[in-house]
Write a protein that binds this ligand. Structure first.
Ligand SMILES: C[S@@+](CC[C@H](N)C(=O)[O-])C[C@H]1O[C@@H](n2cnc3c(N)ncnc32)[C@H](O)[C@@H]1O
Length: 347
């Protein structure tokens, strides 16, 4: 019997996917953004994708709809945490975090995972983090937290996330040991070099053989390419970015070009020999390490460790946002495997 999981603020389901790969059954993903749920439902066939505003809902009705669960996971948007550090339940910014707490109160899962941006741990001199720990401790959970780096777990991206883990049993949950370090992190070229420079129609066979173990992993279940539509940049943009070398940035540009875009980081090119920077949700700031364009949705998905058979739906803008919002699946899987171990040892 698999442990049953409910994913709150699920988006397209990066976190869910990692938990599935680790051997959990995801009962449902909940989000108020229908686009992301279309992707969610298509890629999580055994799970429901429930459209719900988690800032205004009835936890008991949700419980009735999905049944009991063993684990609640999710990443409430960080605006949901009051900067004052005082948990004023009437503060509208607190409503989404409160939605997560209310679900835990209603379902009483054996464990929960609350994921967020890393500076949540340091915001308001650590008071937010302390408030989270106190709140769940009062509900009977042993809570710990740690900031994890995705590229430590085979993800070709230096993305950091804080992971709170709560357990009704004890505080013995062990965070996953890194599998990669500076000597063997997966690089952007290892992640992307088998994908073509130009757009391809959905379902086109990738005729390039995989050039790295990572590419083999991403293509394990399909050699078809989806979501690989390149962006049309202006001639000026193409000319300027062509002056930035592999791994370079605005500092490599002649002075007159540096301020063509509002922000300097807008002229950053990935380094082919390193994991990428944290991918954005479609700001068009970071360019391919070799091509004079931003990454496609599929390339962004590769940098988030979504395999090639995980297909994104909605407009291109929406797809970029869904991918950019996600927890990298390999990092989610590493966290989930340790939770599985913890649950098996204690229940
Ligand atoms: C950072 S993303 C979650 C990404 C997801 N954990 C993953 O790994 O793919 C946050 C999600 O919260 C959702 N969200 C924001 N406000 C919400 C609300 N009031 N009710 C439900 N979901 C909401 C957004 O639509 C977005 O998909």
């Amino acid at each position: 019997m698999k442990y049953r999981v409910l994913d709150l603020f699920s988006g397209c389901g990066g976190l869910s996917y990692g938990f599935e790969c680790a051997g959990f059954h995801i009962v449902a993903g909940v989000d108020n953004w229908e686009d992301s749920l279309v992707t969610y439902r298509a890629n999580h066939k055994g799970s429901k994708g429930i459209l719900l505003d988690l800032g205004n809902f009835d936890p008991a009705s949700l419980h009735k709809e999905v049944g009991d669960v063993d684990v609640v996971i999710g990443g409430p948007p960080c605006q949901g945490f009051s900067l004052s550090g005082k948990r004023n339940p009437n503060d509208p910014r607190n409503k989404l975090y409160k939605g997560f707490v209310d679900v835990v109160k209603e379902f009483r899962p054996k464990a929960f995972i609350l994921e967020n941006v890393p500076n949540l741990a340091s915001m308001a001199q650590g008071k937010i983090k302390d408030a989270i720990i106190k709140e769940f401790s009062e509900l009977g959970y042993n809570v710990k937290y740690k900031v994890l780096l995705a590229s430590d777990y085979g993800v070709p991206q230096n993305r950091r996330r804080v992971i709170f883990v709560g357990s009704i049993y004890n505080d013995n949950y062990e965070y996953p040991t890194p599998t990669n370090n500076d000597d063997n992190r997966v690089t952007t070229s290892e992640a992307l070099s088998d994908l073509p420079e130009e757009s391809v129609d959905d379902g086109t066979i990738n005729t390039q053989v995989p050039l790295s173990d990572y590419q083999k992993l991403m293509r394990k279940r399909t050699d078809k390419i989806y979501n690989h539509v390149t962006s049309e940049h202006s001639e000026q943009t193409k000319k300027i970015i062509s002056l930035v070398p592999d791994g370079g940035n605005y500092k490599d540009l002649p002075e007159k070009y540096r301020s063509v875009r509002n922000v300097h980081i807008a002229w950053t090119r990935y380094n082919s020999e390193k994991p990428s920077l944290t991918i954005d949700t479609g700001h068009r700031h970071h360019f391919h390490y070799k091509f004079n364009r931003i990454p496609t949705v599929r390339e962004s998905a590769r940098l988030q460790s979504f395999p090639d058979d995980f297909i994104f739906y909605g407009s291109k803008t929406s797809q970029y946002k869904q991918v950019g919002n996600a927890v990298p699946t390999l990092m989610a899987k590493a966290v989930a495997e340790k939770l599985l171990k913890h649950l098996k040892e204690n229940s």
